[in-house]
Design a protein around this ligand. Structure first.
Ligand code: BTN
Length: 257
Protein backbone atom coordinates (compact mmCIF):
# COMPACT_ATOMS: atom_id res chain seq x y z
CA UNK A 1 0.00 0.00 0.00
CA UNK A 2 1.29 3.47 -0.75
CA UNK A 3 -1.53 5.54 0.80
CA UNK A 4 -1.27 6.46 4.49
CA UNK A 5 -2.90 3.80 6.68
CA UNK A 6 -6.27 4.98 7.96
CA UNK A 7 -7.07 4.63 11.66
CA UNK A 8 -10.36 2.85 12.14
CA UNK A 9 -12.37 1.99 15.26
CA UNK A 10 -11.80 -1.49 16.77
CA UNK A 11 -15.03 -2.80 15.26
CA UNK A 12 -13.20 -2.95 11.94
CA UNK A 13 -10.54 -5.40 10.84
CA UNK A 14 -8.89 -3.53 7.96
CA UNK A 15 -7.46 -5.64 5.14
CA UNK A 16 -5.72 -3.37 2.63
CA UNK A 17 -4.63 -4.12 -0.93
CA UNK A 18 -2.82 -2.07 -3.53
CA UNK A 19 -4.81 -3.78 -6.26
CA UNK A 20 -7.46 -6.49 -6.25
CA UNK A 21 -10.13 -7.87 -8.58
CA UNK A 22 -13.04 -6.60 -6.47
CA UNK A 23 -13.20 -5.76 -2.79
CA UNK A 24 -16.71 -7.28 -2.77
CA UNK A 25 -15.34 -10.51 -4.18
CA UNK A 26 -12.52 -10.56 -1.62
CA UNK A 27 -14.97 -9.86 1.22
CA UNK A 28 -17.19 -12.68 -0.08
CA UNK A 29 -14.18 -15.05 -0.16
CA UNK A 30 -13.33 -14.08 3.40
CA UNK A 31 -16.96 -14.43 4.50
CA UNK A 32 -17.00 -17.99 3.19
CA UNK A 33 -13.69 -18.67 4.98
CA UNK A 34 -15.23 -17.51 8.29
CA UNK A 35 -13.86 -13.94 8.62
CA UNK A 36 -15.36 -11.93 11.42
CA UNK A 37 -18.03 -9.25 11.21
CA UNK A 38 -16.33 -5.90 10.74
CA UNK A 39 -13.78 -7.19 8.23
CA UNK A 40 -13.24 -4.23 5.92
CA UNK A 41 -11.54 -4.88 2.60
CA UNK A 42 -10.01 -1.78 1.04
CA UNK A 43 -8.11 -1.50 -2.26
CA UNK A 44 -6.45 1.42 -4.01
CA UNK A 45 -7.50 -0.01 -7.36
CA UNK A 46 -9.83 -2.75 -8.62
CA UNK A 47 -9.33 -4.70 -11.82
CA UNK A 48 -12.85 -6.16 -11.91
CA UNK A 49 -14.92 -3.75 -9.84
CA UNK A 50 -18.60 -4.44 -10.15
CA UNK A 51 -21.65 -2.24 -9.95
CA UNK A 52 -25.37 -2.82 -9.69
CA UNK A 53 -27.36 -4.40 -12.50
CA UNK A 54 -24.34 -6.38 -13.70
CA UNK A 55 -22.41 -3.26 -14.72
CA UNK A 56 -18.68 -2.81 -14.27
CA UNK A 57 -17.48 -0.18 -11.81
CA UNK A 58 -14.48 1.68 -13.17
CA UNK A 59 -11.88 1.59 -10.44
CA UNK A 60 -8.72 3.60 -11.21
CA UNK A 61 -6.37 4.67 -8.39
CA UNK A 62 -7.50 7.84 -6.59
CA UNK A 63 -10.99 6.73 -5.58
CA UNK A 64 -12.26 4.74 -2.61
CA UNK A 65 -13.15 1.07 -2.99
CA UNK A 66 -14.19 -0.77 0.15
CA UNK A 67 -16.38 -3.65 1.27
CA UNK A 68 -17.62 -4.26 4.78
CA UNK A 69 -18.47 -7.76 5.94
CA UNK A 70 -21.43 -8.02 8.31
CA UNK A 71 -23.06 -11.01 9.91
CA UNK A 72 -26.55 -9.68 10.59
CA UNK A 73 -28.31 -12.95 11.43
CA UNK A 74 -31.67 -11.41 10.53
CA UNK A 75 -34.12 -12.02 7.66
CA UNK A 76 -33.10 -10.72 4.23
CA UNK A 77 -35.82 -8.05 4.30
CA UNK A 78 -34.25 -6.54 7.43
CA UNK A 79 -30.66 -6.95 6.22
CA UNK A 80 -31.63 -5.09 3.02
CA UNK A 81 -32.11 -1.97 5.15
CA UNK A 82 -28.31 -1.78 5.20
CA UNK A 83 -28.59 -0.23 1.79
CA UNK A 84 -30.07 2.85 3.48
CA UNK A 85 -27.81 2.61 6.55
CA UNK A 86 -24.80 2.81 4.25
CA UNK A 87 -26.29 5.66 2.21
CA UNK A 88 -26.97 7.89 5.21
CA UNK A 89 -23.51 7.12 6.62
CA UNK A 90 -22.00 8.08 3.28
CA UNK A 91 -24.01 11.29 3.21
CA UNK A 92 -22.66 12.24 6.62
CA UNK A 93 -19.07 11.30 5.78
CA UNK A 94 -19.06 13.17 2.47
CA UNK A 95 -20.62 16.27 4.02
CA UNK A 96 -17.65 16.23 6.39
CA UNK A 97 -15.10 16.59 3.60
CA UNK A 98 -16.99 18.92 1.26
CA UNK A 99 -16.98 22.70 1.63
CA UNK A 100 -20.37 24.31 2.39
CA UNK A 101 -22.51 24.66 -0.72
CA UNK A 102 -22.89 21.50 -2.79
CA UNK A 103 -26.18 19.71 -2.12
CA UNK A 104 -25.86 16.08 -1.05
CA UNK A 105 -28.93 14.01 -1.93
CA UNK A 106 -29.90 10.35 -1.85
CA UNK A 107 -31.28 8.67 -4.93
CA UNK A 108 -33.37 5.59 -4.26
CA UNK A 109 -32.30 3.10 -3.20
CA UNK A 110 -28.75 3.98 -2.25
CA UNK A 111 -26.86 6.28 -4.60
CA UNK A 112 -25.37 9.45 -3.20
CA UNK A 113 -25.54 12.52 -5.43
CA UNK A 114 -23.79 15.86 -5.27
CA UNK A 115 -25.73 18.57 -7.09
CA UNK A 116 -27.56 15.85 -9.02
CA UNK A 117 -24.49 13.85 -10.11
CA UNK A 118 -23.55 10.46 -8.69
CA UNK A 119 -20.49 10.47 -6.44
CA UNK A 120 -20.93 7.11 -4.79
CA UNK A 121 -22.53 3.73 -5.33
CA UNK A 122 -23.34 0.82 -3.04
CA UNK A 123 -23.48 -2.83 -4.00
CA UNK A 124 -24.73 -5.32 -1.42
CA UNK A 125 -24.23 -9.04 -1.74
CA UNK A 126 -25.43 -11.70 0.68
CA UNK A 127 -25.29 -15.35 1.51
CA UNK A 128 -28.45 -16.83 0.07
CA UNK A 129 -30.90 -19.49 0.86
CA UNK A 130 -31.33 -19.55 4.61
CA UNK A 131 -34.11 -17.90 6.62
CA UNK A 132 -31.55 -15.53 8.09
CA UNK A 133 -28.67 -13.77 6.40
CA UNK A 134 -25.42 -15.38 7.48
CA UNK A 135 -23.24 -12.76 5.85
CA UNK A 136 -23.73 -9.49 4.06
CA UNK A 137 -21.12 -7.58 2.09
CA UNK A 138 -21.70 -3.84 1.76
CA UNK A 139 -19.51 -2.62 -1.08
CA UNK A 140 -18.98 1.10 -1.44
CA UNK A 141 -17.28 3.08 -4.17
CA UNK A 142 -16.66 6.80 -3.77
CA UNK A 143 -15.37 8.98 -6.59
CA UNK A 144 -12.77 10.95 -4.68
CA UNK A 145 -10.41 12.11 -7.44
CA UNK A 146 -12.17 11.17 -10.66
CA UNK A 147 -15.55 10.18 -12.08
CA UNK A 148 -16.27 8.08 -15.17
CA UNK A 149 -16.79 10.19 -18.27
CA UNK A 150 -19.16 7.67 -19.81
CA UNK A 151 -21.78 6.49 -17.36
CA UNK A 152 -25.52 5.86 -17.66
CA UNK A 153 -26.01 8.88 -15.37
CA UNK A 154 -24.22 12.17 -14.62
CA UNK A 155 -21.24 11.49 -12.36
CA UNK A 156 -18.94 13.66 -10.28
CA UNK A 157 -16.10 13.37 -7.78
CA UNK A 158 -15.39 14.96 -4.41
CA UNK A 159 -12.49 16.91 -5.88
CA UNK A 160 -14.68 18.25 -8.69
CA UNK A 161 -17.32 19.20 -6.13
CA UNK A 162 -14.81 21.35 -4.26
CA UNK A 163 -13.10 19.01 -1.78
CA UNK A 164 -9.71 19.75 -3.35
CA UNK A 165 -7.72 18.21 -0.50
CA UNK A 166 -9.87 15.10 -0.01
CA UNK A 167 -7.75 11.99 0.34
CA UNK A 168 -8.92 8.39 0.12
CA UNK A 169 -7.68 7.43 3.63
CA UNK A 170 -9.38 10.50 5.15
CA UNK A 171 -12.67 9.66 3.42
CA UNK A 172 -12.37 6.04 4.57
CA UNK A 173 -11.79 7.12 8.17
CA UNK A 174 -14.86 9.35 8.16
CA UNK A 175 -16.95 6.74 6.43
CA UNK A 176 -15.96 3.99 8.86
CA UNK A 177 -16.89 6.22 11.80
CA UNK A 178 -20.23 7.10 10.23
CA UNK A 179 -21.00 3.46 9.33
CA UNK A 180 -20.38 2.41 12.90
CA UNK A 181 -22.53 5.23 14.32
CA UNK A 182 -25.45 4.52 11.95
CA UNK A 183 -25.15 0.78 12.56
CA UNK A 184 -25.56 1.45 16.28
CA UNK A 185 -28.56 3.74 15.72
CA UNK A 186 -30.15 1.15 13.43
CA UNK A 187 -29.58 -1.65 15.97
CA UNK A 188 -30.87 0.34 18.94
CA UNK A 189 -33.65 2.45 17.36
CA UNK A 190 -34.63 0.47 14.29
CA UNK A 191 -35.04 1.42 10.65
CA UNK A 192 -37.29 4.44 11.35
CA UNK A 193 -34.35 6.64 12.35
CA UNK A 194 -32.42 5.69 9.21
CA UNK A 195 -35.47 6.20 7.02
CA UNK A 196 -36.10 9.64 8.53
CA UNK A 197 -32.53 10.73 7.79
CA UNK A 198 -32.69 9.36 4.24
CA UNK A 199 -35.98 11.20 3.63
CA UNK A 200 -34.44 14.52 4.74
CA UNK A 201 -32.15 14.36 1.73
CA UNK A 202 -34.22 12.31 -0.74
CA UNK A 203 -33.94 13.34 -4.37
CA UNK A 204 -37.19 13.48 -6.33
CA UNK A 205 -39.60 12.64 -3.54
CA UNK A 206 -43.08 13.80 -4.57
CA UNK A 207 -41.99 14.30 -8.18
CA UNK A 208 -42.20 12.46 -11.49
CA UNK A 209 -39.69 9.66 -11.95
CA UNK A 210 -39.06 6.86 -14.37
CA UNK A 211 -38.34 3.46 -12.87
CA UNK A 212 -36.58 0.85 -14.96
CA UNK A 213 -37.27 -2.73 -13.96
CA UNK A 214 -36.06 -5.85 -15.71
CA UNK A 215 -38.28 -5.95 -18.79
CA UNK A 216 -40.42 -2.89 -18.09
CA UNK A 217 -40.17 0.85 -17.53
CA UNK A 218 -42.70 2.66 -15.38
CA UNK A 219 -43.42 6.38 -15.15
CA UNK A 220 -45.13 7.86 -12.14
CA UNK A 221 -44.74 9.96 -9.02
CA UNK A 222 -42.29 9.00 -6.28
CA UNK A 223 -45.04 9.16 -3.66
CA UNK A 224 -43.29 7.76 -0.59
CA UNK A 225 -40.57 5.64 0.90
CA UNK A 226 -42.40 2.77 2.58
CA UNK A 227 -41.64 1.67 6.14
CA UNK A 228 -39.39 -1.14 4.93
CA UNK A 229 -37.57 0.90 2.27
CA UNK A 230 -39.64 0.14 -0.86
CA UNK A 231 -40.39 2.99 -3.26
CA UNK A 232 -44.12 3.71 -3.60
CA UNK A 233 -44.74 4.76 -7.21
CA UNK A 234 -48.08 6.43 -7.90
CA UNK A 235 -49.11 5.48 -11.43
CA UNK A 236 -50.73 7.97 -13.83
CA UNK A 237 -53.81 5.77 -14.27
CA UNK A 238 -54.28 5.45 -10.52
CA UNK A 239 -52.94 2.92 -8.09
CA UNK A 240 -49.58 2.58 -6.44
CA UNK A 241 -46.85 0.15 -7.40
CA UNK A 242 -44.45 -0.99 -4.70
CA UNK A 243 -40.88 -1.10 -6.08
CA UNK A 244 -38.28 -3.12 -4.21
CA UNK A 245 -35.60 -3.23 -6.92
CA UNK A 246 -35.09 -1.06 -9.96
CA UNK A 247 -33.32 2.01 -11.25
CA UNK A 248 -34.74 5.49 -10.93
CA UNK A 249 -34.29 8.28 -13.47
CA UNK A 250 -35.39 11.87 -13.11
CA UNK A 251 -36.91 13.91 -15.96
CA UNK A 252 -34.27 15.38 -18.23
CA UNK A 253 -31.54 13.12 -16.86
CA UNK A 254 -29.03 11.92 -19.43
CA UNK A 255 -29.35 8.19 -19.94
CA UNK A 256 -27.11 5.81 -21.83
CA UNK A 257 -28.44 2.30 -22.46
C1 BTN B 1 -23.39 0.92 -8.23
O1 BTN B 1 -23.51 0.39 -9.34
O2 BTN B 1 -23.86 2.03 -7.99
C2 BTN B 1 -22.67 0.20 -7.13
C3 BTN B 1 -21.20 0.36 -7.25
C4 BTN B 1 -20.44 -0.31 -6.13
C5 BTN B 1 -18.95 -0.25 -6.37
C6 BTN B 1 -18.17 -0.73 -5.18
S1 BTN B 1 -16.46 -0.34 -5.29
C7 BTN B 1 -16.13 -1.35 -3.94
C8 BTN B 1 -16.98 -2.58 -4.07
N1 BTN B 1 -16.33 -3.58 -4.88
C9 BTN B 1 -16.96 -3.79 -6.03
O3 BTN B 1 -16.59 -4.59 -6.92
N2 BTN B 1 -18.04 -3.03 -6.10
C10 BTN B 1 -18.21 -2.22 -4.91
Amino acid sequence: MSAAAPRLPDFFDLIAFTRIDSTNEEARRRALAGAREGTLVWALEQTAGRGRRGRAWQSPPGNLYMSLLLRPGCPLETAAQWSFVAAVALGEALAGVLPPGPAIRFKWPNDVLIDGAKVSGILMETSGGAATVEWLVVGIGVNVLSAPAEAPYPATSLVRAGAAAASVPAVLERLAGALLAWRERWLSQGFAVVRAQWLRFAQGLGHAVEVRLPGETLCGRFAALEEGGALALELPGGGVRRITAGEVFFPGQRRVD
